[in-house]
Ligand binder design. Structure first.
Ligand code: FDA
Length: 306
């Protein structure tokens, strides 16, 4: 009950535009560095190299929330292009993740597509794979449409499906003709009961179901979770069906359960770490706190250090 209240509180804070702008002004503080590699790409390089050296693949994400004008959308696009060039220049084993609202989706679909094609052309040129993150349910349909359109032009693109949405099973079936590489997650936004399973038990069961269907269809699957039970289920499933290790990977967020991340690599599985960077860390951090209010301790430590 208290946990649920805290979860709602952090999700509410994370969606607050004024707080986002304030937090940006104060720079990388409030314990953000535990979950964010650095304020710039150069600042993040050491952390990225360390991860690759340990055997982790990476997906880089330039943080940004609430882009509501064309100038900001174009700047966010430039950041993605810069990240692609950076990955290639430093020979990093890394993909790119992005949110299409950052590329201008809420301003116009046309602007978003123009920016996405700029990114995808560069990504193709440098051999970098791009994943479109999934945002809140109101943008799920349009995100999948954008993905489908781009997938017909580029093969180095994937997207995300969320186990908490009722619609996702149908989406998975409709997406299959595109032979998509999909990241499957529980879902990070505060969603109403009309669209999302309110109980964790149902979300977890749906998560397992989606993983099984996608893997057994022979599609590449990224299982993005810190949940030991889902990880156990996946390991057993791939063993039972002789699914090769290059058809799936586990993914976790930078700074969350780092010891578990290393154990999974040592067991011989592929593990990709989602690494956010940039000064717009606020909303991202609030969602991490909502998932696990125990992380508040890290944030408080960050404040004390200031
Ligand atoms: P959950 O939060 O239920 O945690 C399960 C268990 O994991 C806990 O009971 C605990 O045992 C353990 N655990 C979790 N956090 C821990 C911690 N900090 N320390 C110790 N143990 C911990 N969402 C979205 O909506 N769109 C997206 O595009 C993405 N993309 C994405 C990429 C990647 C790589 C990841 C890992 C996640 C996302 N997400 C996401 C977020 C996702 O939807 C979800 O909110 C979080 O992953 C949290 O859910 P879990 O599956 O980890 O399980």
């Amino acid at each position: 009950m208290i946990e649920q209240m805290m979860r709602n509180f952090f999700l509410f804070l994370g969606e607050n535009k004024k707080m986002t702008k304030l937090a940006k002004k104060y720079g990388l503080s409030l314990g953000a560095s535990r979950f964010v590699a650095g304020a710039t790409l150069e600042d993040s390089l050491d952390a990225l190299r360390k991860l690759n050296k340990k055997g982790f693949s990476i997906t880089l994400d330039h943080l940004g929330e609430f882009v509501d004008n064309e100038k900001e959308a174009n700047e966010m696009t430039d950041h993605c292009i810069e990240a692609i060039e950076f990955i290639d220049k430093h020979n990093l084993d890394s993909q790119l993740s992005l949110k299409i609202t950052s590329m201008g989706l809420d301003i116009s679909r046309e602007l978003c597509m123009k920016n996405m094609r700029r990114i995808m052309d560069k990504a193709k040129q440098h051999g970098v794979f791009v994943t479109i993150d999934m945002e809140d349910h109101s943008r799920c349909g349009v995100t999948l449409e954008v993905f489908k359109e781009l997938k017909q032009e580029y093969d180095n693109i994937g997207t995300v499906i969320q186990a908490y949405l009722y619609r996702t099973i149908d989406d998975l079936n409709e997406l299959d003709e595109y032979q998509p590489r999909l990241r499957i997650v529980k879902g990070a936004y505060k969603e109403p009961e009309e669209v999302a399973f309110p109980n964790k038990k149902d979300v977890d069961q749906n998560f397992k179901n989606l993983i099984q269907i996608h893997l057994l269809r022979g599609r590449f699957t990224s299982i993005a979770t810190h949940d030991d039970e889902i990880i156990r289920f996946t390991k057993e499933l791939v063993k039972r069906h002789n699914i090769p290790k290059d058809q799936f990977e586990f993914q976790m967020l930078y700074g969350i359960r780092p010891e578990r991340q290393e154990e999974i690599i040592k067991e011989g599985y592929n593990m990709r770490i989602y690494v956010p960077y940039g000064d717009d860390w606020y909303g991202y951090n609030m969602r991490r706190l909502a998932e696990r209010p125990a992380n508040v301790a890290f944030v408080l430590k960050g404040i004390m250090k200031k």
